[in-house]
Write a protein that binds this ligand. Structure first.
Ligand code: BGC
Ligand code: NOJ
Length: 810
């Protein structure tokens, strides 16, 4: 069953009933000001940092999940009937409802009793504000006397503090109302210089800024007393809960429409003693007034929306494919690319599953996210790489996370996830392959942001590789540390007293657990770094990396191979994990993917055998589970992985991030059917028909789908902010469709499902445009502008040129 449909032409997902199984969300904002918006206008906004600069409030663990947002109320002043044109919060019965989530904008339209209201929400480029444009139409054949009320509830900036520190916060709230604009200025008196504003294009019949005055005692947003009575109270908040609400009266003739614009924004305005004498409590609005005036004008709003469309044309224009599969096309051309940009902007901070007050930017996560957006915004990818690398330690180790506002390593979690440093090599390599910009390797970058410690970025990569080499365990495999990619496989956890809660060893570097996953990742990273070293004329060094990769390959084959698949790890006591010797957790997905990605087992048949085992033991119709058999009980020596009930998250859930590794591995062994089959199993668009089971949005990937051991097998969770986005984009575009940037040019080497006759693509690469046609034929070959080339790499062309590339596959 579906709750809507794709409108590919307009690049929108159209939701046609409001009661989706979960809030189906979208993101507003592309640069500094962001908001989450649900299909019922729920969600909140923030400036840069969802924790520290939260503009509007979200109440955690609320029921329903999706309450609190950018709510409007339409009231028929003749009858007193009032309703919300986004369904929430009044949940009044609607004659019509439609939500269109587009690229960085959302439009929600509804009709009741002959009145139609359509609201467009978006954040204009270059601004730190959001626009709500409401069109109210009287479709009756009689005149209508209406009231329109807006509402937002302000967050007192630090969302964590806002949700907990009531004894203080009930007394700090302050607002100012000036010329119909509501200014939220809590904290301004501390000279923090920031405030929010909420403005309306129409003359006001009234306003409210004090929540309880608006709602009335013991009422919620579903039945505000002010709306019920049809008159605002002009309340001014002193402490308690500041809100913003405007009251506008609209008299509409039959067929008449009125456009009302609301602007909610963020400003930082230093006080100016010339205008704001010391002690003055009013905020400095001089810079902000013209901005507000401009954005309340309908023409500006229309132009801003068009500019946003152009922006997305530019970003998405770099790759466009036409294949026999519409689900592939719309994910590659629109939604998967869009989701990659959202992970770039939001990392893992704010969604309906990430609180916005928890995690910062992950070292591992951000490097992988890069794989999905580097082709769209290479300049920002470059900046991101330099930010990440500056948090690396001189040892080559990495803080697991850093704060987006300060860009500094976050000590809460510290270091010791031993896979982290290697992702930097993979991220940088992807950037150089895409852009050809080798100069980044020479950029001086500090270690741990220490001034004076700068070394060329290339030196950071060397240390990443060395970090692994210096931390090998008893079998010669890399030490896992606190965990590797799988945060929950905590093998250096143990308890001296059986039955006691687990402890993580204080000094994980003293832990001897080893990771076959990191071994495979090391082989991959060492080969990538060898290619970069060659590029820099460091042939000897390149040889050393290749030799190290070969040596590690030998260790994997000797100690990491279990007979039919790659083992996962060795625990603290030297017992294998992910082995037929285990009673549970005999086979894990991660090393099957990562070892093959590193090239291990490609020429001795191990790769094919490992992939066969994946197909036989891990694959389900809803995707490939992380391991089997699931852990049936908690095991101190394995840590968090076994804390999850079977089938969820890392305990045998379909952890979607890992599935594309298998798709890529299948493509590497030439199995296009299997690669594409796996791709479709988790492709959200291909799962649209299953929406009742899948429950999450059909237009973006979720981190997890419940595995076969779970009672809710097939149910997705944790949508939007996941490395799944980037890796699926890589798997489908670079390995199945096979359009793969390399250091020397653009490789085009599709590994297609057998029933595909071919496909077409347009790919921008280093400033040139490649018009690619792939067809089946007896003899594989590559023809560029009529000329036959050897191999499958099209050398990088002059910027500005358009190349016609014809590829024949067998
Ligand atoms: C989750 C992991 C996640 C980690 C983040 C764990 O509880 O299971 O998937 O990466 O928390 O800190
Ligand atoms: C989510 C984390 O963001 C990611 O870094 C990790 O690899 C996976 N969980 C698996 O544990």
């Amino acid at each position: 069953m579906r709750y809507g449909h794709f409108d590919d032409e307009r690049r929108e997902y159209v939701i046609d009933r409001p009661d989706t199984p979960l809030p189906w969300i979208n993101y507003l904002g592309t640069e500094a000001y962001f908001g989450i918006v649900t299909n019922t206008a729920g969600g909140y906004s923030f400036y840069r940092d969802a924790k520290l600069r939260r503009l509007t409030r979200y109440r955690y663990n609320n029921a329903p999940f999706d309450v609190g947002g950018r709510y409007l109320y339409v009231r028929d002043d003749a009858t007193g009937d009032f309703w919300s044109p986004s369904w929430q919060p009044t949940q009044s019965e609607l004659d019509d409802y439609e939500c269109r989530h587009g690229l960085s904008y959302t439009r929600i339209a509804a009709r009741r009793g002959g009145i139609r209201a359509e609201t467009l929400y978006y954040v204009p480029l270059g601004e730190t504000l959001e626009v709500w444009r409401v069109n109210v139409t009287n479709e009756r054949d009689t005149a209508a006397e209406l009231s329109l009320f807006s509402s937002v509830e302000f967050c007192l900036w630090d969302a964590q503090d806002d949700a907990t520190n009531f004894q203080r916060n009930f007394s700090t709230g302050q607002v100012e109302v000036d010329g119909g604009t509501i200014y939220h200025k809590t904290e301004y008196r501390e000279r923090r210089d920031h405030f929010a504003y909420f403005a309306c294009s129409e003359p006001l019949a009234g306003f409210d800024t004090q929540r309880e005055a608006f709602l009335g005692p013991y009422r919620g947003y579903d039945q505000p007393r002010v709306v019920e009575q049809g008159a605002a109270t002009d309340s001014i908040a002193h402490g308690w809960a500041p809100i913003g609400s405007h009251h506008v009266r609209l008299a509409l003739q039959p067929g008449e429409s009125r456009e009302v614009v609301f602007v909610l924004g963020y400003a930082e305005n230093p006080r100016d003693d010339k205008f704001d004498p010391p002690g003055s409590q009013t905020i400095n609005k001089r810079n902000v007034r013209p901005v507000i005036e401009r954005w309340l004008r309908p023409e500006t709003v229309a132009d801003g929306l068009a500019a946003l469309g152009d922006y997305w044309d530019r970003l998405l224009g770099g790759l466009h494919v036409t294949t026999p599969d519409p689900d592939t096309d719309r994910m590659v051309n629109i939604w998967n690319a869009y989701q990659c940009m959202v992970t770039f902007n939001l990392s893992r901070s704010a969604s309906f599953y990430e609180s916005g007050i928890g995690r910062g930017m992950g070292f591992r996560d951000s490097n992988q996210d890069l794989l999905g957006f580097v082709h769209m915004i290479p300049e920002r990818a470059r900046e991101r790489i330099l930010d990440i690398a500056a948090t690396q330690m001189a040892t080559g180790g990495a803080y697991h996370q850093y704060q987006p506002l300060t860009k500094r390593g976050n000590n809460d979690i510290g270091e010791g996830f031993n896979d982290d440093p290697l992702w930097l090599v993979l991220g940088v390599s992807a950037y150089v392959k895409e852009t050809g910009d080798e100069s980044i390797l020479d950029v001086p970058v500090p270690f741990d942001n220490e001034p004076g410690s700068e070394q060329p970025l290339y030196e950071h990569l060397r240390r990443s590789v060395r970090y692994t080499q210096e931390r090998l365990g008893p079998h010669g495999l890399p030490l896992i540390g606190r965990a590797d990619w799988n945060d929950c496989l905590n093998l250096n956890c143990f308890s001296d007293t059986p039955g006691e809660p687990f402890q993580t060893t204080e000094n994980v570097s003293g832990g001897t657990a080893e990771s076959v996953f990191i071994a495979g990742q090391f082989v991959l990273a060492a080969k990538e770094l060898a290619a970069i070293a060659d590029l820099r004329g460091l042939g000897e060094e390149a040889g050393e990396y290749r030799a190290a990769a070969e040596k590690m390959t030998g260790v994997i084959v000797e100690h990491g191979w279990d007979g039919e698949w790659f083992r996962r790890a060795y625990d603290f006591h030297g017992n294998p994990i992910g082995s037929g010797e285990n009673d549970e957790g005999q086979i894990f997905i991660e090393p099957q993917g990562m070892c093959v990605l590193g090239g291990v087992g490609l020429d001795d048949g191990l790769a094919t055998r490992a992939l066969r085992s994946v197909a036989e033991r891990l694959a389900t119709p809803h995707g490939i589970v992380l391991q089997q058999p699931a852990y049936s009980s908690y095991r101190i020596e394995l840590g968090e992985i076994s804390s999850y009930p079977p089938g969820y998250k890392e305990n045998a859930g379909i952890f979607c991030h890992t599935n594309p590794w298998i798709m890529i591995a299948e493509a590497m062994v030439g199995n296009g059917d299997r690669a594409f089959d796996y791709y479709r199993r988790i492709n959200p668009s291909a799962r649209e028909e299953l929406s009742e089971l899948h429950r999450c949005e059909p237009y973006v990937y979720a981190q997890m789908i419940a595995g076969k051991d779970a009672p809710t097998h097939g149910e997705a969770k944790n949508s939007w902010l996941t490395g799944t986005a980037a890796w699926n984009f890589v798997a489908i575009t670079q390995w199945i469709l096979g359009i793969r940037p390399e250091l020397t040019g653009l490789r085009i080497e599709p590994v297609l499902p057998a029933d595909w006759p071919g496909f077409q693509a347009t790919r921008a690469f280093r400033g040139a445009t490649y018009e690619i046609t792939v067809r089946r034929g007896a003899e594989a070959g590559l023809v560029v502008d009529g000329e036959r080339l050897d191999g499958t790499v099209v050398p990088a062309a002059e910027p500005g040129t358009v190349l016609r590339v014809e590829v024949t596959v067998g």
